[in-house]
Design a protein around this ligand. Structure first.
Ligand code: SAH
Length: 346
Protein backbone atom coordinates (compact mmCIF):
# COMPACT_ATOMS: atom_id res chain seq x y z
CA UNK A 1 0.00 0.00 0.00
CA UNK A 2 1.24 3.50 -0.71
CA UNK A 3 1.95 5.71 2.26
CA UNK A 4 -0.19 8.79 2.33
CA UNK A 5 2.61 10.99 3.60
CA UNK A 6 4.45 10.35 0.34
CA UNK A 7 1.53 11.43 -1.79
CA UNK A 8 2.52 13.11 -5.02
CA UNK A 9 6.08 11.82 -4.76
CA UNK A 10 7.87 9.90 -7.39
CA UNK A 11 7.72 6.16 -7.24
CA UNK A 12 10.58 3.73 -7.66
CA UNK A 13 8.88 2.36 -10.77
CA UNK A 14 9.31 5.71 -12.50
CA UNK A 15 13.08 5.71 -12.04
CA UNK A 16 15.45 4.78 -14.86
CA UNK A 17 18.02 2.11 -14.18
CA UNK A 18 20.88 4.58 -13.50
CA UNK A 19 18.64 6.59 -11.16
CA UNK A 20 17.84 3.42 -9.24
CA UNK A 21 21.53 2.69 -8.89
CA UNK A 22 22.33 6.22 -7.71
CA UNK A 23 19.52 6.03 -5.17
CA UNK A 24 20.87 2.83 -3.65
CA UNK A 25 24.39 4.25 -3.84
CA UNK A 26 23.31 7.39 -1.97
CA UNK A 27 21.93 5.15 0.76
CA UNK A 28 25.37 3.61 1.18
CA UNK A 29 24.57 0.28 -0.41
CA UNK A 30 26.16 -1.49 -3.34
CA UNK A 31 24.36 -1.75 -6.65
CA UNK A 32 23.42 -5.41 -6.45
CA UNK A 33 20.69 -4.20 -4.10
CA UNK A 34 18.98 -2.68 -7.14
CA UNK A 35 18.79 -6.12 -8.68
CA UNK A 36 17.31 -7.52 -5.48
CA UNK A 37 14.73 -4.73 -5.32
CA UNK A 38 13.77 -5.22 -8.97
CA UNK A 39 13.39 -8.91 -8.34
CA UNK A 40 11.01 -8.31 -5.44
CA UNK A 41 8.93 -5.98 -7.55
CA UNK A 42 8.83 -7.65 -10.97
CA UNK A 43 9.06 -11.31 -9.91
CA UNK A 44 7.36 -11.33 -6.52
CA UNK A 45 5.05 -8.33 -7.02
CA UNK A 46 5.39 -7.25 -3.38
CA UNK A 47 3.24 -4.49 -1.97
CA UNK A 48 5.78 -2.74 0.22
CA UNK A 49 9.46 -2.15 0.93
CA UNK A 50 8.99 -4.03 4.21
CA UNK A 51 8.42 -7.29 2.36
CA UNK A 52 11.89 -7.24 0.77
CA UNK A 53 13.30 -9.67 3.26
CA UNK A 54 16.86 -9.93 2.00
CA UNK A 55 17.45 -6.17 2.21
CA UNK A 56 19.02 -4.82 5.41
CA UNK A 57 16.37 -3.37 7.70
CA UNK A 58 18.03 0.03 7.65
CA UNK A 59 17.88 0.17 3.85
CA UNK A 60 14.21 -0.81 3.85
CA UNK A 61 13.51 1.99 6.30
CA UNK A 62 15.42 4.53 4.25
CA UNK A 63 13.58 3.50 1.10
CA UNK A 64 10.29 3.62 2.94
CA UNK A 65 11.00 7.17 4.10
CA UNK A 66 12.27 8.33 0.73
CA UNK A 67 9.92 7.16 -1.96
CA UNK A 68 6.86 5.22 -2.91
CA UNK A 69 7.11 1.75 -4.31
CA UNK A 70 3.86 1.63 -6.31
CA UNK A 71 2.52 4.65 -8.16
CA UNK A 72 -0.95 3.06 -8.21
CA UNK A 73 -3.20 2.10 -5.35
CA UNK A 74 -5.96 -0.49 -5.72
CA UNK A 75 -9.30 1.10 -4.85
CA UNK A 76 -11.69 -1.65 -5.77
CA UNK A 77 -11.77 -5.11 -7.34
CA UNK A 78 -14.98 -6.32 -9.01
CA UNK A 79 -15.27 -10.10 -8.98
CA UNK A 80 -13.62 -12.62 -6.68
CA UNK A 81 -10.30 -14.41 -7.10
CA UNK A 82 -12.01 -17.49 -8.47
CA UNK A 83 -13.98 -15.68 -11.16
CA UNK A 84 -12.65 -15.69 -14.73
CA UNK A 85 -13.05 -11.93 -15.22
CA UNK A 86 -12.21 -9.24 -12.71
CA UNK A 87 -12.06 -5.50 -13.03
CA UNK A 88 -9.55 -3.45 -11.05
CA UNK A 89 -10.02 0.19 -10.18
CA UNK A 90 -6.83 2.08 -9.37
CA UNK A 91 -6.01 5.52 -8.10
CA UNK A 92 -2.96 7.42 -9.34
CA UNK A 93 -0.88 9.60 -7.03
CA UNK A 94 -2.54 12.70 -8.46
CA UNK A 95 -5.97 11.34 -7.66
CA UNK A 96 -7.22 10.01 -10.99
CA UNK A 97 -8.90 6.68 -11.45
CA UNK A 98 -8.13 4.09 -14.09
CA UNK A 99 -9.29 0.56 -14.75
CA UNK A 100 -7.69 -2.69 -15.86
CA UNK A 101 -9.29 -6.04 -16.60
CA UNK A 102 -8.11 -9.53 -15.79
CA UNK A 103 -9.44 -12.39 -17.96
CA UNK A 104 -8.76 -16.05 -17.45
CA UNK A 105 -9.76 -18.57 -20.10
CA UNK A 106 -8.30 -22.07 -20.22
CA UNK A 107 -4.53 -21.79 -20.37
CA UNK A 108 -4.67 -18.15 -21.37
CA UNK A 109 -4.69 -15.36 -18.81
CA UNK A 110 -4.91 -11.94 -20.39
CA UNK A 111 -4.81 -8.54 -18.78
CA UNK A 112 -6.21 -5.50 -20.51
CA UNK A 113 -4.45 -2.35 -19.35
CA UNK A 114 -4.99 1.40 -19.69
CA UNK A 115 -2.51 3.80 -21.26
CA UNK A 116 -4.23 7.12 -20.48
CA UNK A 117 -6.74 8.57 -18.04
CA UNK A 118 -9.70 9.17 -20.36
CA UNK A 119 -9.15 9.44 -24.10
CA UNK A 120 -9.02 12.21 -26.69
CA UNK A 121 -10.04 10.11 -29.68
CA UNK A 122 -13.81 10.37 -29.15
CA UNK A 123 -15.01 7.14 -30.78
CA UNK A 124 -18.78 7.50 -30.59
CA UNK A 125 -19.40 3.98 -29.32
CA UNK A 126 -16.77 3.86 -26.56
CA UNK A 127 -17.46 4.61 -22.89
CA UNK A 128 -13.96 5.97 -22.24
CA UNK A 129 -14.60 8.76 -24.77
CA UNK A 130 -17.22 10.25 -22.45
CA UNK A 131 -14.47 11.10 -19.94
CA UNK A 132 -12.56 13.27 -22.40
CA UNK A 133 -8.79 13.30 -22.21
CA UNK A 134 -7.37 13.78 -18.73
CA UNK A 135 -3.74 12.70 -18.80
CA UNK A 136 -1.15 10.31 -20.14
CA UNK A 137 -0.13 7.54 -17.79
CA UNK A 138 3.58 7.24 -17.05
CA UNK A 139 5.43 4.07 -18.00
CA UNK A 140 5.55 3.18 -14.28
CA UNK A 141 1.77 3.57 -13.94
CA UNK A 142 1.21 1.37 -16.97
CA UNK A 143 3.52 -1.41 -15.73
CA UNK A 144 2.16 -1.16 -12.18
CA UNK A 145 -1.26 -2.33 -13.40
CA UNK A 146 0.30 -5.63 -14.47
CA UNK A 147 2.30 -5.98 -11.24
CA UNK A 148 -0.81 -5.50 -9.07
CA UNK A 149 -2.97 -7.77 -11.24
CA UNK A 150 -0.37 -10.52 -11.12
CA UNK A 151 -0.12 -10.34 -7.32
CA UNK A 152 -3.89 -10.50 -6.94
CA UNK A 153 -4.36 -13.52 -9.19
CA UNK A 154 -3.69 -17.21 -8.81
CA UNK A 155 -2.84 -17.89 -12.43
CA UNK A 156 0.22 -16.57 -14.20
CA UNK A 157 -0.57 -13.80 -16.68
CA UNK A 158 0.26 -14.97 -20.22
CA UNK A 159 -0.85 -12.01 -22.38
CA UNK A 160 -1.03 -8.26 -22.03
CA UNK A 161 -3.21 -6.10 -24.27
CA UNK A 162 -3.16 -2.30 -24.42
CA UNK A 163 -6.92 -2.16 -24.97
CA UNK A 164 -8.11 -0.50 -21.78
CA UNK A 165 -8.70 3.21 -21.35
CA UNK A 166 -6.92 5.56 -23.72
CA UNK A 167 -5.22 5.61 -27.09
CA UNK A 168 -1.79 3.99 -26.73
CA UNK A 169 -0.36 5.70 -29.81
CA UNK A 170 -1.17 9.14 -28.39
CA UNK A 171 1.09 8.20 -25.47
CA UNK A 172 3.56 6.47 -27.73
CA UNK A 173 6.88 6.92 -25.93
CA UNK A 174 5.62 5.78 -22.53
CA UNK A 175 3.64 2.90 -23.99
CA UNK A 176 6.71 1.58 -25.80
CA UNK A 177 8.82 2.07 -22.68
CA UNK A 178 6.31 0.15 -20.57
CA UNK A 179 5.97 -2.63 -23.16
CA UNK A 180 9.77 -2.97 -23.12
CA UNK A 181 9.74 -3.31 -19.33
CA UNK A 182 7.02 -5.97 -19.56
CA UNK A 183 9.12 -7.79 -22.13
CA UNK A 184 12.67 -7.34 -20.88
CA UNK A 185 12.16 -7.16 -17.12
CA UNK A 186 8.95 -9.06 -16.46
CA UNK A 187 9.56 -11.75 -19.06
CA UNK A 188 6.45 -11.43 -21.25
CA UNK A 189 7.26 -12.51 -24.79
CA UNK A 190 6.94 -9.59 -27.22
CA UNK A 191 4.34 -11.54 -29.23
CA UNK A 192 2.23 -11.80 -26.09
CA UNK A 193 1.97 -8.05 -25.81
CA UNK A 194 -0.57 -6.38 -28.12
CA UNK A 195 -0.86 -2.66 -28.69
CA UNK A 196 -4.20 -1.58 -30.13
CA UNK A 197 -4.61 1.76 -31.90
CA UNK A 198 -7.63 3.59 -33.25
CA UNK A 199 -5.41 4.49 -36.22
CA UNK A 200 -2.80 7.17 -35.52
CA UNK A 201 -1.08 6.86 -38.90
CA UNK A 202 2.33 8.50 -38.22
CA UNK A 203 2.78 6.35 -35.12
CA UNK A 204 1.93 3.16 -37.04
CA UNK A 205 4.73 4.04 -39.45
CA UNK A 206 7.08 4.88 -36.59
CA UNK A 207 6.21 1.57 -34.92
CA UNK A 208 7.11 -0.19 -38.19
CA UNK A 209 10.33 1.80 -38.65
CA UNK A 210 11.45 1.07 -35.09
CA UNK A 211 10.78 -2.59 -35.75
CA UNK A 212 9.16 -3.36 -32.40
CA UNK A 213 8.24 -7.01 -31.99
CA UNK A 214 5.04 -6.33 -30.05
CA UNK A 215 1.82 -7.22 -31.82
CA UNK A 216 -0.13 -4.47 -33.50
CA UNK A 217 -3.93 -4.25 -33.64
CA UNK A 218 -5.86 -1.55 -35.48
CA UNK A 219 -9.48 -0.74 -34.67
CA UNK A 220 -11.02 -0.57 -38.13
CA UNK A 221 -14.72 -0.78 -37.23
CA UNK A 222 -16.09 0.41 -40.60
CA UNK A 223 -15.59 -0.41 -44.24
CA UNK A 224 -15.99 3.02 -45.78
CA UNK A 225 -14.78 6.52 -45.14
CA UNK A 226 -18.15 8.12 -44.39
CA UNK A 227 -19.34 5.56 -41.91
CA UNK A 228 -15.97 5.48 -40.20
CA UNK A 229 -16.01 9.27 -39.88
CA UNK A 230 -19.38 9.05 -38.13
CA UNK A 231 -18.28 6.56 -35.50
CA UNK A 232 -14.57 7.42 -35.35
CA UNK A 233 -14.08 11.14 -36.02
CA UNK A 234 -10.31 10.72 -36.06
CA UNK A 235 -10.90 9.48 -39.62
CA UNK A 236 -11.09 13.18 -40.57
CA UNK A 237 -7.42 13.48 -39.63
CA UNK A 238 -6.35 9.98 -40.63
CA UNK A 239 -8.48 8.90 -43.61
CA UNK A 240 -9.24 5.23 -44.13
CA UNK A 241 -7.07 5.01 -47.21
CA UNK A 242 -4.08 6.49 -45.41
CA UNK A 243 -4.69 4.12 -42.52
CA UNK A 244 -4.73 1.08 -44.81
CA UNK A 245 -1.65 2.36 -46.56
CA UNK A 246 0.15 2.60 -43.20
CA UNK A 247 -0.95 -0.97 -42.46
CA UNK A 248 0.52 -2.08 -45.79
CA UNK A 249 3.70 -0.17 -44.96
CA UNK A 250 3.87 -1.94 -41.62
CA UNK A 251 3.45 -5.34 -43.23
CA UNK A 252 6.00 -4.69 -45.93
CA UNK A 253 8.56 -3.45 -43.43
CA UNK A 254 8.06 -6.08 -40.74
CA UNK A 255 6.33 -9.04 -42.44
CA UNK A 256 4.15 -9.30 -39.37
CA UNK A 257 0.38 -9.61 -39.49
CA UNK A 258 -1.83 -6.88 -38.14
CA UNK A 259 -5.08 -7.72 -36.40
CA UNK A 260 -7.94 -5.50 -37.48
CA UNK A 261 -10.58 -5.15 -34.80
CA UNK A 262 -14.13 -4.73 -36.04
CA UNK A 263 -16.70 -3.74 -33.44
CA UNK A 264 -20.04 -5.01 -34.69
CA UNK A 265 -22.73 -2.33 -34.32
CA UNK A 266 -26.37 -2.96 -35.10
CA UNK A 267 -27.49 -1.34 -38.35
CA UNK A 268 -24.13 0.40 -38.84
CA UNK A 269 -21.65 -2.20 -40.06
CA UNK A 270 -23.27 -5.59 -39.47
CA UNK A 271 -24.85 -6.60 -42.80
CA UNK A 272 -23.56 -9.48 -44.95
CA UNK A 273 -22.76 -6.83 -47.62
CA UNK A 274 -20.55 -5.09 -45.07
CA UNK A 275 -18.83 -8.42 -44.51
CA UNK A 276 -18.21 -8.83 -48.24
CA UNK A 277 -16.88 -5.31 -48.50
CA UNK A 278 -14.60 -5.94 -45.55
CA UNK A 279 -13.08 -8.84 -47.47
CA UNK A 280 -12.62 -6.58 -50.49
CA UNK A 281 -11.00 -3.88 -48.41
CA UNK A 282 -8.47 -6.13 -46.71
CA UNK A 283 -7.86 -8.91 -49.20
CA UNK A 284 -4.56 -7.57 -50.55
CA UNK A 285 -2.55 -8.57 -47.50
CA UNK A 286 -2.47 -11.34 -44.89
CA UNK A 287 -4.31 -9.69 -42.06
CA UNK A 288 -6.32 -11.12 -39.23
CA UNK A 289 -9.74 -9.80 -38.32
CA UNK A 290 -11.16 -9.84 -34.83
CA UNK A 291 -14.90 -9.25 -34.74
CA UNK A 292 -16.12 -7.78 -31.43
CA UNK A 293 -19.91 -7.85 -30.96
CA UNK A 294 -20.67 -4.49 -29.36
CA UNK A 295 -20.86 -4.21 -25.58
CA UNK A 296 -23.70 -1.90 -24.63
CA UNK A 297 -22.88 1.27 -22.73
CA UNK A 298 -26.38 2.72 -22.68
CA UNK A 299 -25.97 5.07 -25.63
CA UNK A 300 -27.27 5.23 -29.18
CA UNK A 301 -25.47 2.07 -30.37
CA UNK A 302 -26.59 -1.50 -29.92
CA UNK A 303 -25.26 -5.00 -30.17
CA UNK A 304 -26.74 -6.83 -33.16
CA UNK A 305 -29.04 -9.79 -32.47
CA UNK A 306 -27.28 -13.14 -32.16
CA UNK A 307 -28.67 -14.21 -35.55
CA UNK A 308 -27.36 -11.06 -37.27
CA UNK A 309 -23.93 -11.65 -35.75
CA UNK A 310 -23.91 -15.20 -37.12
CA UNK A 311 -25.04 -14.12 -40.58
CA UNK A 312 -22.30 -11.48 -40.60
CA UNK A 313 -19.70 -14.07 -39.57
CA UNK A 314 -21.03 -16.38 -42.25
CA UNK A 315 -20.34 -13.68 -44.86
CA UNK A 316 -16.68 -13.78 -43.84
CA UNK A 317 -16.48 -17.54 -44.20
CA UNK A 318 -14.44 -17.49 -47.38
CA UNK A 319 -12.28 -14.56 -46.36
CA UNK A 320 -8.62 -15.00 -47.24
CA UNK A 321 -7.72 -13.85 -43.72
CA UNK A 322 -8.26 -15.45 -40.32
CA UNK A 323 -11.40 -14.30 -38.54
CA UNK A 324 -11.82 -14.59 -34.79
CA UNK A 325 -14.68 -13.41 -32.61
CA UNK A 326 -14.19 -11.78 -29.26
CA UNK A 327 -17.20 -12.65 -27.16
CA UNK A 328 -16.18 -10.07 -24.58
CA UNK A 329 -15.87 -11.29 -21.07
CA UNK A 330 -16.98 -9.37 -18.05
CA UNK A 331 -19.81 -7.36 -19.58
CA UNK A 332 -21.84 -8.05 -16.42
CA UNK A 333 -19.31 -5.96 -14.45
CA UNK A 334 -18.79 -3.41 -17.26
CA UNK A 335 -15.36 -4.85 -17.95
CA UNK A 336 -15.93 -5.64 -21.64
CA UNK A 337 -14.10 -3.81 -24.43
CA UNK A 338 -15.04 -0.16 -24.52
CA UNK A 339 -16.95 -0.28 -21.24
CA UNK A 340 -14.18 1.21 -19.16
CA UNK A 341 -14.95 4.68 -17.88
CA UNK A 342 -14.56 6.21 -14.47
CA UNK A 343 -15.84 9.60 -13.50
CA UNK A 344 -14.77 9.82 -9.91
CA UNK A 345 -11.71 11.85 -9.14
CA UNK A 346 -10.79 11.23 -5.55
N1 SAH B 1 -7.82 3.23 -28.30
C1 SAH B 1 -7.41 1.92 -28.65
C2 SAH B 1 -7.50 0.90 -27.54
C3 SAH B 1 -8.73 0.93 -26.66
S1 SAH B 1 -10.24 0.33 -27.32
C4 SAH B 1 -8.15 1.44 -29.88
O1 SAH B 1 -9.06 2.13 -30.34
O2 SAH B 1 -7.80 0.41 -30.43
C5 SAH B 1 -9.99 -1.41 -27.53
C6 SAH B 1 -10.97 -2.03 -28.52
O3 SAH B 1 -12.31 -2.01 -28.00
C7 SAH B 1 -11.01 -1.27 -29.84
O4 SAH B 1 -10.96 -2.17 -30.91
C8 SAH B 1 -12.37 -0.60 -29.82
O5 SAH B 1 -12.85 -0.39 -31.11
C9 SAH B 1 -13.20 -1.59 -29.02
N2 SAH B 1 -14.38 -1.02 -28.37
C10 SAH B 1 -14.55 0.23 -27.90
N3 SAH B 1 -15.78 0.37 -27.35
C11 SAH B 1 -16.39 -0.84 -27.47
C12 SAH B 1 -17.65 -1.36 -27.04
N4 SAH B 1 -18.51 -0.62 -26.36
N5 SAH B 1 -17.92 -2.66 -27.32
C13 SAH B 1 -17.03 -3.45 -27.96
N6 SAH B 1 -15.81 -3.03 -28.34
C14 SAH B 1 -15.49 -1.74 -28.10
Amino acid sequence: MSRTKNKGQNSYLELKSDERNSLVDAMGESQFRTQQINNWIYEHHVRSWDEMENLPQVLREKLNDTLLLHPLEIIHISGSETEPTRKFLFKTQDGHNIESVFMHDGDRTTVCISSQVGCAVDCKFCATASMGFIKNLSAGEIVDQVIHLQRESKSRITNVVFMGMGEPFLNYRRVIESAKTLNETMGFGARRITISTAGIVPRIKQFADENHQFKLAISLNAIDENRRKKIMPLTNTHPLETLLESARYYYEKTRRFITFEYVLLEGINDSPEDGKRLIGLLKALPYKVNVIPYNEIGGEFHRPAERTIHIFLQSLKNAPFTVTVRWSKGTDIDAGCGQLAVRTVA
